[in-house]
Design a protein around this ligand. Sequence first.
Ligand code: AMP
Ligand code: GLY
Length: 422
Amino acid sequence: MKVCIVGQGGREHAYASVLSRVADVVVTPGNPGIPASTRTPPIEIDADLFVIGPEGPLADGLADRLRADGRLVFGPGADGAALESSKAWMKEVVSAAGVPTAGFRVFDSDPGSCRDAHACLEALAPPYVVKTSGLAAGKGVLVTDNLAAAHADVDAKLDGSAFGPAGQRIVIEEGLVGPEVSLFAICDGRRAVLLPTAVRDHKRLGDGDTGPNTGGMGCVSPLGDVDRAVCRELAALSFSPTLDELVRRGVDYRGVLYAGFMLTPDGPRLLEYNVRFGDPEAQVTLPRIDSDLAALLWGAAAGEVRDEIVVSDDAMVCVVCASEGYPSAPRTGDLIAGIEAASALDGVTVFCAGVAAASDSEATPGSLVTAGGRVLNVCGRGPNAAVAHARAYEAVQRISWPGMTFRTDIAAPEARAAAAST
Ligand code: AMP
Ligand code: GLY
């Protein structure tokens, strides 16, 4: 089977590395750190299956265009992708489906609605939660105890200065507290089949969950506090009713459905749906799928997903190495050292995200330079989180470039708990 993966980050590198065990793989546009990358646009590529990684092309209707051309595609059309590209619609769908979710109201930029948004905030208790309805690269959500900051954020979003049109419709939500957990299901248009393993990511830039929100600074899977039975309960609460509701609305959803939950004292609440694998969540999940991934995704794309997906009990930890200045103004063009030395370690895989080929004539052929905010995803795998954590951080020590930053506490609680129980 020939599989064409669309995208250019660490998630697509993980897809490529797992799929290439069982299929011929091409990645477009890919990056110089992903083998078999090509600049040929997807529509010009001949493949048995197209797998679309990021939300942007999905929201933009790439899956629809490929399907209209007779191709088999794993990834929802623009209608289904609106679960992520319109939080307002997502909240409406999940409310209609009876999925437990935070209370919410939707506002837009006309003056009356804007006044109502401010009045709504006044009536709420902290934490205040203000979200762009549209796509904002994981940065469109403000959660704050500071009411004045929430009011200012409402204005900056609705007047378009913060996120352009994506922010001119907002969702204000009831503020919840509790640990978070992410789950994934593979959907074939009618059914959602759970990947029975939970992932926890760290969205804040700094240790101890401080600093600005990012696309994700690292993650771990599985989780000691969310075992397979809990995963199944959460899936029954969310994925199945949502797929039924989508079917009722005439949406043929084929692809990954990613659910982000908060486990509150009043029970689990769905915070978000994404319409693709998380990045870096995919990097700790895809390599642990023991089922044939190409056959699995092909089946879902064709409308017949298999009943059960087998995932290894091994643990994986991913540490994101980022450029200085990320997320506001990442510095680029720095020569990256140590990828080979890190990858040579037992149980370690390095996935490439924001990298470019070094153009400097003095650089060794094949060298890479930084070309974005999140540059490398350094992953350790082992029989438990303690081993996976130790391997990931040992590998990070072998990698360097000027200004490289990373969190030192990814998966620290999970590693401590695993060490204590062995
Ligand atoms: P989202 O993109 O909607 O998942 O939001 C990003 C992050 O904001 C989540 O991972 C949570 O940490 C936080 N968040 C979102 N919604 C809420 C909420 N209703 N209450 C508290 N925190 C939230
Ligand atoms: N890591 C969060 C996301 O991919 O949305």
